[in-house]
Design a binder for this molecule. Structure first.
Ligand SMILES: Cc1cc2nc3c(=O)[nH]c(=O)nc-3n(C[C@H](O)[C@H](O)[C@H](O)COP(=O)(O)OP(=O)(O)OC[C@H]3O[C@@H](n4cnc5c(N)ncnc54)[C@H](O)[C@@H]3O)c2cc1C
Length: 461
């Protein structure tokens, strides 16, 4: 077996792993990435980018259909193969950029292909060809979709984010299992492209929202378009010929039996640690089979093992994976001199319509004795109404006493932008009064945020 000695061995050449490599190099270390493939990152290959490409097509179709309200006539004919062909072509372009940087790493002797497993706390074995010894390790192995057992016999009728963008035509009907971020984004996009879509979830939540008033607002908005059943109970799922038959009871106890072309599994993601043999590192593993790390240093205990990206189970979004890779790569290179990195105000966005966002303080941590909430309903907000996008509710949270802005849950138009404004204000530790002293143009959807902030200021006294 080939033996390689490096300073920092990185498992995974996804967003976190690639950033860790750059940071380790910048800190003067010799890094080595190991990836089992397929290469190209979850984001570019099967995540952020193809999903947004599909949503872009769906949005155009939806807007054309809704043109009538403005006195315009448009007919929409969806050409499924061409829609998907553009998704794949543009996706491949994004993947191409990533593959180029991986090729550069390979040429520099800093990338090997193969599945890594731990043989001991300081040794990785890659497939059966290479043994890697390193002074420190960055584990950036990402996550994979979960498929609950009843759905496992559906063969090629079962889709997930790894396979759905490979379709060559749009499904006529789709059961989406999971009303989380992925299920909602893709479910609504396929609906707008003409599929008959049913979304089911065991929980009563919608996307990342936890504030009951925001959940209600989002649920109402999506129910206008999608057949959405929260708190459902699966009774039967089976493949019959080329169709899938699903019988379930909805949250109100009513029974349904429906036929679908495909099932899209979006019921959560778990760390991809099956073959990593993390038990050989000697660290206690959590219920997901992964050791816990310090979110500021990304270090596991006092050890030379660092985590980065979705595998941490914390903040599974791209910019956080990159930040974590940067912190982990630098600290692994300098080990045992480890220092905390800077973390950003938490921000998660869902690219549905209405868009959803969660910023800063999680609604689950809201405590009426310490915090107050202000809100705005977008139903009558001026600019939103002008654009026929007047749906949604935004709730902003502040701290009693200090008057500081702490967080928000958002359902509404152009939330991808307004959520950034709030995240920036929160990270700069602005009080609600300071945020209100900043400019708000007219007529813009940001004026709705001002209404919510004024309401919050009143409630904070
Ligand atoms: C459908 C979808 C839509 C998304 N949309 C957004 C969005 O709009 N905005 C956003 O911010 N985030 C989005 N995300 C999340 C974002 O894509 C992830 O947070 C990010 O890609 C995680 O990067 P990572 O480096 O942790 O993992 P990955 O990019 O998955 O990299 C992990 C790598 O590890 C490798 N690997 C695993 N095990 C081993 C092993 N034993 N040996 C060798 N290699 C191994 C894998 O092959 C893989 O290349 C989306 C995700 C999905 C699935």
């Amino acid at each position: 077996m080939k033996q390689i000695d490096v300073d920092v061995a990185i498992v995974g050449a996804g967003t976190a792993g690639l950033t860790a490599r750059r940071a380790a190099r910048a800190a003067g270390a010799r890094p080595l990435m190991v990836d089992a493939g397929p290469l190209g990152t979850t984001c570019a290959r099967v995540g952020c980018m193809p999903s947004k490409l599909l949503i872009a097509a769906a949005t155009v179709a939806h807007q054309a259909r809704a043109a009538d309200i403005f006195g315009l006539r448009a007919t929409v004919e969806v050409d499924g193969p061409r829609v998907l062909e553009r998704v794949q072509r543009e996706r491949d372009r994004f993947v191409g950029f990533v593959l180029r940087s991986i090729d550069e790493a390979r040429a520099a002797g800093e990338m090997i292909d193969g599945r890594a497993r731990f043989a001991g706390p300081e040794t990785l074995v890659v497939d059966d060809h290479t043994e890697v010894h390193a002074k420190a390790f960055v584990l950036a192995a990402g996550t994979r979709p979960v498929t609950p057992p009843p759905f496992r016999g559906l063969g090629d009728r079962l889709l997930c984010n790894e396979t759905v963008f490979e379709l060559t035509d749009l499904p006529r009907s789709l059961l989406v299992v999971g009303a989380g971020v992925i299920g909602l984004e893709l479910g609504q996009a396929f609906r707008r492209l003409g599929a008959d879509v049913t979304v089911v979830d065991l929980l009563e939540t919608v996307g990342p929202l936890r504030d009951p008033r925001c959940v209600d607002s989002a649920r109402g908005a999506f129910a206008d378009e999608l057949s959405i059943h929260l708190g459902y109970q699966l009774q039967r799922i089976e493949r019959v010929g080329d169709a899938v038959v699903c019988a379930f009871r909805d949250g109100d106890g009513a029974s349904h039996e429906r036929h679908f072309d495909y099932v899209l599994m979006a019921a959560g993601r778990v760390p991809d640690v099956g073959q990593l043999q993390l038990d050989r590192t000697g660290f206690p593993l959590d219920e997901r089979g992964v050791p816990r790390c310090d979110p500021l240093t990304m270090q596991v205990g006092e050890s030379p093992l660092f985590l980065a990206g979705d595998i941490t189970g914390d903040r599974p979004v791209l910019h956080e994976a990159a930040d974590e890779g940067r912190i982990a790569g630098r600290n692994a290179a300098r080990f045992p001199q480890v220092s905390p990195g800077e973390r950003r105000c938490p921000l998660a966005i869902v690219f549905t319509e209405p868009q959803l966002a969660v910023v800063g303080l999680p609604a689950a941590d809201f405590d009426g004795a310490l915090h107050a909430a202000g809100e705005v309903d977008y139903g009558d907000q001026g600019r939103a109404r002008v654009m026929n996008e007047n749906r949604g509710l935004v709730r902003v949270y502040g701290e009693r006493g200090s008057g500081r802005l702490l967080g928000a849950e958002m359902v509404g138009p152009r939330v991808e932008h307004t959520a950034h404004l709030l995240a920036w204000a929160i990270q700069r530790r602005l009080t609600v009064t300071e945020a209100l002293a900043l400019p708000f143009y007219h007529p813009v959807v940001e004026e709705g945020i001002r209404t919510a902030l004024r309401d919050l200021r009143r409630r904070l006294g």
